[in-house]
Design a binder for this molecule. Structure first.
Ligand SMILES: [Zn+2]
Length: 461
């Protein structure tokens, strides 16, 4: 009763929700084998028994569902009734959330630090933004901060430009986009590591990438959502736009789940056509129109601007989890992959990157279009960038892991994740250069033989 009163007061006063605890919440893995089982899993959320981590529920695809302790018996009863098996992956989400904010014990691998930034735990927006300022102050001739726009709650979307050759006239440009989805904390931890490597590595291959390209780096493009994952709800994914508020309690979700738009469904790329929702309560809510959100508008304007300034060759959008290098376009499969005119090259660059990545720790990344590796999507940033600029290399990278911890990846894995991703970026750059994209001499039409090979490889994966 007391909790209910506080909750009611919070709504009446119009303040943000009370910080949600995930104490005793379990996460289960379910693989529905029939359409009936798919329906049972979807109903678990509708009935308020659990909340799905995944955007879609499909036959023979793993889904993860988090279940509060007071619903655990009901959850198990529903599974028994539906003859469905489930595997418990996480026994207490709150313990893992606590772990993410505690530095891991120091050893040679995780003791790295650079100008106050560390990769032994996850960092707040303020810490990340301060670090960007410190980088600009420390490397005044190479690094400058830039604000691409402001969020719904008027926070800066801050990044840096790394430019070792400011006088170069024929610029080659790349962009790193982090944390479009708020809860994917490994994303800014990866982007910041890449920055550190660009500024400090002695590896000649890394030096080439760092110094031959003007890099535009934005570790957190959804700052409101990211802050909200620290202050209120660790599992928040969307931005914090409140214009489409509607009560969501009847769908078994948090009542204020509609206070946000999925930014990676909000871009003007076959918007709202597939893998997106018009229901504001859902995690894939695409907004009421393409680029309805200030964060999307900021990215759109920024990308158009840098595209006009030189040869724009790299766009990387970092997400988690599932270990994928996703190749545009996310709405096509079969021969329609040729709608991206250098699909064969993008597929090969991704394949070579994934092969290199695997060498360090054996981590397996799959690669290909979203349709072939994950599920169809529309309104995504990396697809929009490809369509808008015809950039040769635009990927969405889903970082670690495969779902053992998912969004709650332990900090022990940050540096191993970063090391292997850096290996992949270096290899992908090597292949991209070999293909002639720096000089712009390659034909951008994918040959039929390459695509046939791509398709065969795709089938074998
Ligand atoms: Zn994501």
């Amino acid at each position: 009763m007391k909790t209910y009163l506080v909750f009611l007061l919070t709504i009446i006063l119009g303040t943000s929700a009370i910080k949600q605890t995930f104490e005793g919440y379990k996460v289960y893995k379910i693989i529905p084998r029939t359409q009936d089982e798919v329906n049972v899993v979807k109903d678990l959320q509708t009935k308020g028994i659990g909340q799905l981590w995944d955007d879609q529920v499909n036959i023979n695809y793993e889904v993860r569902i988090m279940v509060p302790p007071h619903k655990d018996d009901e959850f198990k009863n529903e599974l028994v009734r539906g003859y469905i098996g489930a595997e418990e992956l996480i026994s207490d989400m709150q313990r893992l959330i606590g772990d993410q904010l505690q530095p891991v014990k120091r050893n040679s691998r995780n003791s790295e630090a650079f100008l106050g930034m560390t990769w032994d735990k996850y960092h707040t927006l303020d810490e990340i933004y301060k670090w960007l300022d410190d980088l600009a102050a420390t490397y005044p001739n190479i690094v400058k901060t830039v604000v691409m726009g402001r969020s719904f709650e008027n926070r800066e979307i801050k990044g840096i430009i790394i430019n070792y050759k400011p006088d170069k006239t024929d610029k080659v440009i790349g962009m790193l986009e982090g944390t479009l989805h708020a809860r994917e904390w490994i994303s800014p931890a990866t982007v910041s590591w890449i920055v550190k490597e660009f500024l400090t590595s002695n590896d000649p291959a890394v030096r080439s990438i760092a110094e031959d390209i003007e890099w535009h780096v934005f570790p957190v493009v959804n700052p409101d959502g990211y802050v909200y994952t620290f202050t209120d709800n660790r599992m928040w994914r969307k931005n914090r736009g409140t214009r489409n508020f509607t009560s969501c309690a009847a769908s078994g979700l948090l009542d204020d789940a509609s206070n946000g738009v999925d930014l990676n469904r909000n871009f003007d790329f076959v918007w709202m056509s597939m893998g997106a929702s018009s229901n504001p309560c859902l995690n894939t809510f695409a907004g009421l129109a393409p680029a309805s959100e200030p964060e999307t508008v900021a990215i759109v304007n920024y990308v158009k601007n840098i595209n006009s300034q030189g040869k724009f060759i790299y766009y990387y959008s970092f997400h988690s989890y599932t270990q994928l290098i996703v190749v545009p376009y996310s709405n096509v499969t079969g021969m329609d992959v040729l709608k991206a005119d250098n699909y064969g090259d993008m597929f090969e660059i991704a394949a070579r990157g994934a092969a290199k990545l695997r060498q360090r720790f054996g981590t397996i990344y799959r690669y290909g279009t979203a349709h072939d590796t994950l599920y169809v999507m529309s309104g995504t940033s990396f697809d929009w960038v490809k369509q808008e600029t015809n950039i040769p290399v635009s990927y969405l990278i889903e970082l670690r892991d495969l779902g053992e911890y998912g969004f709650l990846l332990p900090p022990e894995q940050i540096i191993p994740n970063n090391l292997e991703i850096m290996d992949a970026l270096v290899e992908m750059d090597r292949v991209t250069r070999q293909m002639g994209y720096y000089s712009g001499t390659v034909p951008v039409i994918c040959t039929l033989s390459v695509v046939t090979l791509c398709a065969l490889v795709s089938l074998l994966m």
